[in-house]
Design a binder for this molecule. Structure first.
Ligand SMILES: [Zn+2]
Length: 125
């Protein structure tokens, strides 16, 4: 199997060690199962939760992503729509963040695994 780049593995939600096994069991668009992860990589058997509570740190990534999205939407409303009243910001931004929760959750965990775990890519697995 040809090597795939780290960015492609992150985008597709693949194991940081072999870049072939999936991290999540179901689609991000499955509203009740989007958070279900494999305990071990289906390809190389790498344990995703490296230590108990490992993914707590991904919450900080998630928070940063949410704050970034809220900030960008705030700028769009402020400069694109002439600074509407405060409730408009809430009506637009809060549902958007709720709708993006599955994607935000998954991106946070994948980024945390790929960039913080210290796991090295091994193409020979
Ligand atoms: Zn793997």
């Amino acid at each position: 199997m040809p090597d795939i780049s780290k960015s492609e593995a992150v985008f597709k939600g693949l194991c940081p060690r072999c870049r072939q096994g999936k991290i999540f069991r179901y689609s991000a668009f499955n509203p009740s199962r989007f958070a279900d992860m494999y305990e071990h990589c289906p390809h190389c058997n790498f344990r995703y939760e490296i230590e108990p509570g490992y993914f707590w740190g991904a919450m900080f990534v998630s928070y940063a992503l949410s704050a970034g999205i809220a900030l960008v939407m705030g700028f769009v409303l402020f400069y694109g729509f002439g600074d509407p009243e405060g409730w408009v910001y809430v009506i637009v931004i809060a549902p958007l963040l709720v709708l993006l929760t599955p994607i935000n959750f998954r991106i946070s965990r994948v980024l945390w695994l790929h960039f913080v775990s210290g796991v090295r890519y091994n193409p020979n697995l």
